[in-house]
Design a protein around this ligand. Structure first.
Ligand code: ATP
Ligand code: MG
Length: 283
């Protein structure tokens, strides 16, 4: 697991991260509750809509260290805590970051893809850490107690398409406050693209409008994350046309894209039209 080698650091603030006011208010209340006892928060929402950023920015703004663990990769119980390893012909127990992180006062613990561990029992030890007793016993480490003011954030990808198939175990979900994130409203997403990718307002609006059409296509809705609209905006910032940026970023045919652009009355420069449809040259 990659996360075990990361050290505990306070992340950098992102001045251009936007959240609904209701979520910000909720986060403020969570901060107050955490002073009384450790708190669990579940952040759910579609792919690339800002879940990890929310956790990171909470840590940055409250100057807390952040430790991230990929729960989706866990293949056995206890794997978060450490492993038996071999050195010079001797076995020894190598402790991972997780036990240190949960014993660090004020730490933000990010549990990614909590609904998808590879092994069904992998969540067992985590469960007692997230439950009332806030502690866990392991043969190797003894009793471990969660430190004061620790906040657990679990994130899961839960769009409409996942509901029912990838639901988090009910008993586990019962222990979390929940924050639902959606794609940003168009005017905010436009600002994010302008601020983060440095493109002009007209281009940003076109990207957001095209993305909205693709997301909202009732017959064949497409997942276009904020991560992806940002990638498209960055392509434009280095000289691509809107068409080039979309077809080079998403799995979308030029025909589909052109009909969307046409429906939005966006003027397109015909790239490689007719005779010269697909010119090749030595790379
Ligand atoms: N609300 C937002 N305001 C500003 N930037 C955002 C917002 N949401 C997402 N982004 C940007 O989009 C990118 C992806 O966000 P992030 O990784 O937080 O999404 P995620 O929901 O955790 O994705 P995944 O489902 O893949 O885990 C980041 O670069 C982030 O800065
Ligand atoms: Mg994420």
């Amino acid at each position: 697991m990659n996360s075990k080698i990361r050290n505990l650091v306070i992340p950098e603030p992102d001045p251009n991260f936007f959240l609904p006011e209701a979520v910000i208010d909720n986060i403020d209340r969570i901060t107050l509750l955490a002073k009384r006892h450790p708190v669990n928060v579940l952040v759910a929402g579609k792919q690339g809509c800002g879940k990890s950023s929310l956790v990171r920015q909470f840590a940055a703004r409250s100057k807390r260290p952040l430790a991230t663990f990929q729960i989706g990769l866990l293949s056995e119980p206890g794997q978060l805590f450490g492993e038996h390893a071999l050195k010079d012909g001797q076995t020894y127990y190598r402790k991972y970051l997780f036990p240190d992180a949960i014993q660090t006062p004020g730490c933000v613990i990010h549990l990614e893809e909590i609904n998808r561990p590879e092994h069904p029992k992998a969540l067992n030890m985590l469960f007692s850490v997230l439950s009332q007793d806030r502690g866990v016993y392991t043969d190797e480490l003894g009793h471990i107690k969660v430190a004061d003011d620790v906040v657990f954030f679990a994130t899961l990808n839960e769009g409409d398409e996942f509901i029912g198939t990838e639901m988090l175990d009910a008993a586990l979900r019962d222990r979390f406050y929940v924050m639902l994130l959606n794609y940003l409203p168009p005017e905010v997403e436009t600002s994010v693209l302008i601020l983060k990718a440095g493109i002009g307002e007209a281009d940003a609006q076109t990207i957001v409008n095209v993305a909205a059409k693709l997301r909202g296509n009732s017959r064949d809705p497409m997942v276009v994350s904020t991560r992806h609209t940002l990638m498209i905006a960055e392509m434009i910032s280095v000289g691509a046309t809107v068409e080039q940026a979309f077809t080079g970023s998403l799995q979308i045919s030029r025909d589909t894209l052109e009909s969307v652009l046409l429906s939005l009355h966006v003027e397109t420069k015909k790239i490689g039209a007719q005779a010269n449809e697909n010119p090749y040259q030595r790379y």
